[in-house]
Ligand binder design. Structure first.
Ligand code: FAD
Length: 390
């Protein structure tokens, strides 16, 4: 066997898992291969998340916010996020940091190659690439596989967004407060759209136009919404700001369960393994939780696969109900989030969105939203066969 572990895909999930392995004595002599088709030399993303503890990547946090703003046409609030801190990491810093640390370990090899096929034999895993075939005891795959058939019982929403990092001539931003959601935009039927701001100084911020919907827009549409927002809400004319960087992305908000155990020795991880929260698109922190579980399982049980707590499955149902309500246009996402932020503390909301809340908290949140759209969504799910497909 050439390797103990192959990480197919060296993005957020592949590199995170490799970093956790690299830190633990158990993996000291293990041979690891990371296969990645891209150079990963661009700042293609910003990974933002909230935690109430030190994160594994604390050394490379770009900015921390202890306050977030929630804005809606009829409700505005600046909230202390304690005990949580909202944090962001620049993808390029993340890639460079991981690659530097991992290259110091002589047992870790990076391969710039495109993988085309991967599977298990009776005893191990293999992957075929344009630079040869490689074998390992375990293979962790984060290369997304295309979903071709969409089942009617599930939702295939997309979170799509375009953001600009802008520099302004005048002082505009409150660098202590991240704007989590600014819903003061026109809400179209079947879509939920908001602006998301991560200010790093009084003169610099990421300003991102984000939509939960079914179809992505033309680049001109995002640009025009961003320009309107600059003018109408930040009171900035075009000659008063400079676009330093652009971020564009599409995150699948799919509630169809992802297969984690692909075959006996192949485990899907990251977005490909279902780490994305279907109702919000947040993934990065889930990748960290997943990496820890994999490491613990390998050490304690000799296998990376772990059983998910059955009671946690209720969060999949909450995600599906929220997607059903938004898709059936019963209630706009802006109004649902408004009720949540108006009536509940941020730590409760963050726990709920992190799948970490308790049943009493969930009941409090559920009974605070208008019941009819959610009851209807529940019956729609039954009619679509949702409960029988899982
Ligand atoms: C623009 C953007 C911003 C985001 N911001 C956030 C955020 O703020 N917070 C958050 O929680 N989540 C965010 N996400 C969602 C999620 O955290 C990221 O998509 C994250 O990168 C997912 O990690 P991953 O490892 O599953 O996928 P990736 O990071 O995409 O890693 C998969 C890797 O596989 C490689 N690959 C693909 N095909 C092949 C092949 N055939 N052979 C070899 N390698 C291959 C790719 O180049 C890639 O590096 C964002 C997503 C996008 C697109």
């Amino acid at each position: 066997m050439q390797y103990d572990f192959i990480l197919n895909g060296g993005g957020a999930a592949g590199l995170s898992l490799a970093m956790y392995m690299n830190e633990h004595i158990f993996f000291k002599d293990k041979k690891i291969l990371i296969i990645e088709s891209e150079k990963k030399d661009k700042n293609d993303k910003t990974f933002s998340f909230w935690t109430n503890e030190k994160s594994f990547f604390e050394d490379i946090i770009d900015k921390r916010w202890k306050k977030i703003a929630f804005l809606h046409p009829i409700f505005e609030k600046i909230i202390d996020t304690s005990p949580y801190i909202y944090k962001t990491i620049k993808a390029i810093i993340f890639y460079e940091y991981c690659k530097k640390k991992l290259s110091e370990n002589k047992n870790i090899t990076f391969l710039n190659a495109k993988s085309t096929e991967w599977a298990s034999t009776h005893t191990n895993a293999w992957v075929k690439t344009d630079k040869g075939i490689f074998e390992s005891q375990w293979l962790f795959n984060s290369v997304p596989e295309k979903k071709s058939i969409q089942k009617k019982s599930y939702h295939y929403y997309l979170q799509h967004f375009k953001g600009w990092i802008i520099n302004t001539k005048k002082d505009v931003f409150d660098e202590e407060t991240a704007t989590f959601m600014d819903f003061r935009l026109t809400q179209k039927k079947g879509e939920t759209s908001f602006m998301y701001l991560l200010p790093t100084s009084k003169n610099q911020s990421l300003v991102e136009y984000t939509i939960f919907g079914r179809e992505i827009f033309t680049q001109e549409t995002y640009d025009s919404e961003l320009k309107n927002y600059m003018q109408n809400f930040l009171h900035l004319q075009e000659n008063e700001y400079e676009i330093k960087e652009t971020e564009f992305g599409v995150i699948p908000m799919f509630d169809e369960p992802f297969i984690q155990k692909k075959s006996s020795f192949v485990m899907n991880i990251g977005a490909a393994g279902g780490a994305t929260k279907a109702s919000t698109g947040y993934t990065f922190h889930n990748i960290q939780k997943e990496s820890k579980k994999i490491i613990d399982n390998l050490i304690q049980n000799g296998t990376p696969f772990y059983a998910n707590n059955v009671f946690k499955k209720r969060f999949n149902l909450y995600d599906s109900m929220l997607l059903e309500v938004m898709q059936s246009e019963q209630l706009n996402g802006a109004d649902i989030f408004k009720i949540m932020f108006e009536k509940h503390s941020t730590d409760k909301i963050f726990r709920f969105l992190d799948n970490e809340s308790n049943f009493l908290e969930e009941l409090q949140i559920m009974t605070s939203v208008p019941p009819f759209p959610f009851v209807k969504a529940f019956f729609n799910l039954i009619n679509k066969g949702y409960f029988f497909q899982k």
